[in-house]
Design a protein around this ligand. Structure first.
Ligand SMILES: Cc1cc2nc3c(=O)[nH]c(=O)nc-3n(C[C@H](O)[C@H](O)[C@H](O)COP(=O)(O)OP(=O)(O)OC[C@H]3O[C@@H](n4cnc5c(N)ncnc54)[C@H](O)[C@@H]3O)c2cc1C
Length: 400
């Protein structure tokens, strides 16, 4: 039997970040995951936006981890074949395995990592017992369940996964390669759908190392023949879905494997129990279209490790009253609610045909156009024409 304060089950984004934070805070913890090296897995491939990066920074490991990512400062926004804006952004492209493995290198040597599966947990208001697949046993004051979509262990504790929206969206990941020239004109690009019937909220292109990575999102059923067509004839199918995309990208081909991943929106029920706390996808999933999954992971782990665990360990016991403080944390609740609302809003504003949503689409287009025009105006005033002429090139190429 090994004794520790915190047993973290699952070494993905949430569990590895928690292990790094607790280790750095000098809190005894053990990280349990079957694999010493996180394998290739299609998940988040880009961290972006000031808010998301700020959330990551609060974990204390962002600077070191982001050195392994491709930093980008400008993202082009386009729709209907028109470039609307060249938006300054803070964006880091990195494949999921590279991200998780970079985080794992931030786990201090004193924090033990066990490469096995947790096969059962028994909990109480005092100590928790975790049995591993290699027959080792751990006794901990708290179990952090960060085991993602694997529901088996949670079910043994009576925690249920409820699907709020089945196959809410499907994500596709692949490489895009320019044809007939060495590089694309844009540093990064978000191209929004042209019509609600496209069932495609947007495609995002961003560099990861020397590769231009594409994340394409669709609101389709998993048995939609469109997915077969996308696998069989990817360039043709993408061009048919977003006919004016190539006005911005120029000719392209799709390289490598096409990863396809449906995502359900799910929540947990019966999670408030003594001795165990759920974080990241284990607690609740969101829609990849919104790009808020990592906001939720970083918020969960930061609040848990910076605020709640130090408070809980300061007194005896680990009853449900203590654990409730995490689920009731206003910062966590606000992040979860924001992310869930965004999942439904994004879908409606992309594909709903009602008058309200049509008006929303027009309003969004006008806002992007206005922002882009304003930025161009300011640039051309301050930066002596260089940026303005680069805009004109795109406009002439994209003219209908
Ligand atoms: C296709 C896709 C695209 C996405 N795109 C974005 C995006 O653009 N932006 C964004 O913010 N979010 C995005 N997300 C969401 C984001 O990737 C997830 O929210 C995040 O990866 C969840 O991390 P996690 O640590 O909770 O789970 P995971 O990374 O799944 O980690 C779970 C870990 O638990 C381990 N495990 C499971 N069972 C056991 C066991 N019994 N014992 C021990 N270990 C166990 C597994 O081996 C794994 O290492 C996307 C998700 C998907 C699926």
């Amino acid at each position: 039997m090994r004794y520790t304060d915190i047993a973290i089950i699952g070494g993905g984004l949430a569990g590895s970040t928690a292990a790094a934070m607790l280790g750095r805070a000098g809190i005894p913890a053990i990280l349990i995951d079957p694999r010493p090296v996180y394998p290739p897995d299609f998940r988040v491939e880009k961290l972006s936006g000031h808010m998301q990066i700020e959330r990551f920074r609060k974990t204390g490991i962002a600077e070191a981890v982001l050195r392994a990512a491709s930093h980008e400062t400008e993202n082009w926004i386009a729709r209907y074949g028109y470039l609307l804006d060249r938006k300054p952004v803070v964006q880091y492209g990195i494949l999921y395995d590279a991200l998780v493995n970079a985080i794992r290198t931030e786990i201090p040597a004193g924090t033990e990592q066990l490469f096995a599966k947790a096969v059962s947990i028994s909990t109480s208001a005092e100590r928790q017992r975790v049995l591993l697949s290699n027959d080792e046993e751990i006794s901990a004051r708290l179990v952090v369940l960060a085991n993602g979509l694997n529901v088996g262990l949670r079910q043994t504790l009576g925690i249920e996964r409820r699907i709020v929206s089945r196959c809410h969206s499907i994500s596709l990941g692949f490489d895009m390669v320019p044809v007939g020239r060495p590089a694309f004109d844009f540093p990064a690009l978000t191209y929004f759908s042209e019509r609600p019937d496209d069932l495609t909220p947007y495609i995002s292109l961003f560099p990861v190392g020397k590769t231009m990575r594409a994340n394409l999102f669709v609101y389709r059923e998993i048995d939609d023949p469109w997915l077969q067509r996308m696998r069989r004839a990817p360039e043709e199918t993408l061009n048919a879905t977003l006919p004016r995309l190539s006005r911005i990208t120029g000719a392209f081909r799709i390289g490598g494997d096409i990863k396809v991943r449906p995502a359900d929106l799910s929540v947990s029920a019966g999670f408030l129990q003594p001795g165990v706390v759920l974080v990241g996808d284990a607690f609740e999933t969101t829609c990849p279209v919104t790009g808020t999954g990592t906001d939720k992971v970083f918020t969960d782990v930061e609040r848990l490790c910076n605020v709640h665990i130090p408070n809980w360990l300061a007194t005896d016991g680990m009853d449900a009253g203590k654990i409730a403080a995490f689920y009731d944390d206003p910062v966590k609740k606000a992040c979860d609610e924001w992310s869930a609302a965004k999942a439904h809003h994004f879908r409606s504003v992309s594909i709903d045909k009602g008058l309200y949503w049509r008006a929303q689409r027009v309003a969004r287009f006008v806002v992007w156009l206005g922002e882009g025009l304003l930025r161009r105006l300011l640039h051309s005033r301050t930066a002596a024409g260089g940026n303005a002429s680069r805009f004109s090139i795109i406009r002439s190429r994209t003219a209908p």
